[in-house]
Design a protein around this ligand. Structure first.
Ligand code: HEC
Length: 306
């Protein structure tokens, strides 16, 4: 009984979380935030109750069966007749759905030909199989009609496109409500506030200076103060390199280590290093990127003091 209870608890959990994964959910992270949670719980509860009722009904039927069989047995014993059991519903169903020619009668349906002892038994297909086949034909026609003739139901590519549109809508909403969390390489901008640049500098000193030098002059990583870039000198390019890294080099992906906002700040700080001419810089690498898109001339040489 305990196991049964655990099973149902699990079932309710699975069904409710399954429901919650619909694309319309704004916050798929937690089931419990879902506004429809009471609805899911109710559905799960009804499901469990129906299952339990069914189980009890089957059990009762079994008990009644046993009792009537006993009564019949006793009665035939009293009358001195041999008791013959009626075939059960299952065995009848089994027989009807298979309906094969029994082994004793196979000789009748054996075909005449004989190839080196290999002979053909002409038993027919089981009805359950045939009905499944007819059903699949009907299904195919219905499917064809709705999905390809009238186009009333969406095909999987259409479904995918619908989901993408929905997700984009959600992303737009999310960005509108919390612009900082939604910064990525497509919408990152150069920030010029002293506080943000100071934060960027701190991030740079903590995480980047070991390879790019404190002054950005370059060491293991390239010089970040000149106008030559291997991956582009736009703030979007720099953000992208910081976020995803450069595979196969020491420049790792900082996603998950540095928040998008801090990446924006550090990318802006890196750009503020342009033209600072540190001592012994690493020689230019990559291509010249001029003018630096998105960076206004007056923001390039922002002096940052902590
Ligand atoms: C372990 C060393 C290392 C660290 C730490 C590191 N980088 Fe890099 N970085 C590199 C290397 C190496 C490259 C060159 C990759 C290549 O060859 O394409 C690079 C490339 C870059 C580029 C592209 C330069 C160009 O020419 O296009 C930028 C921008 C950059 N790093 C910024 C950062 C920032 C910001 C941080 C700190 C969050 C950081 N890096 C931390 C090693 C490092």
């Amino acid at each position: 009984m305990k196991k049964l209870f655990l099973f149902f608890a699990l079932l309710v959990g699975i069904t409710s979380s399954g429901f919650a994964q619909s694309a319309t959910d704004a916050e798929p992270a937690s089931v419990w935030n879902d506004p429809l949670i009471t609805f899911y719980i109710a559905i799960g509860f009804i499901f469990v109750v129906v299952l339990l009722v069914l189980l009890v009904a089957i059990y009762m039927l079994q008990v009644i069966n046993v009792m009537t069989r006993q009564a019949a047995q006793e009665k035939s014993q009293k009358l001195g007749i041999e008791y013959k059991e009626e075939p059960s519903l299952w065995s009848k169903l089994w027989k009807e759905s298979n309906d094969f020619v029994p082994i004793e009668k196979e000789a009748d349906i054996m075909l005449d030909h004989n190839y080196d002892g290999i002979r053909e038994l002409d038993n027919h297909l089981p009805p359950w199989w045939k009905w499944l086949f007819y059903l699949s034909m009907v299904f195919a026609v219905v499917y064809l009609f709705f999905y390809h003739v009238t186009d009333t139901l969406p095909l999987s590519t259409q479904e995918y496109e619908n989901e993408v549109v929905l997700a984009q809508e959600q992303a737009r909403k999310l960005q509108a409500s919390n612009p900082v969390a939604a910064i990525d390489e497509n919408n990152v901008t150069v920030v010029t506030e002293a506080l943000a640049l100071a934060d960027g500098k701190q991030t740079f000193l903590n995480n980047c200076a070991s390879c790019h030098r404190k002054d950005g002059g370059g060491d293991i990583g390239p010089n970040l103060t000149d106008q030559y870039w291997k991956h582009g000198g736009d703030v979007k390019d720099i953000f992208k390199v910081v976020r995803h890294g450069v595979q196969g080099t020491n420049m790792i992906s900082w996603e998950g280590f540095i928040s998008p906002e801090k990446m924006q700040n550090v990318a802006s700080y890196v750009l503020s290093l342009q033209g600072t001419n540190p001592e012994n810089p690493k020689k230019p690498e990559g291509e010249i990127s001029k003018p630096m898109d998105g960076v206004k001339a007056d923001t390039v040489n922002v002096q940052v003091s902590l």
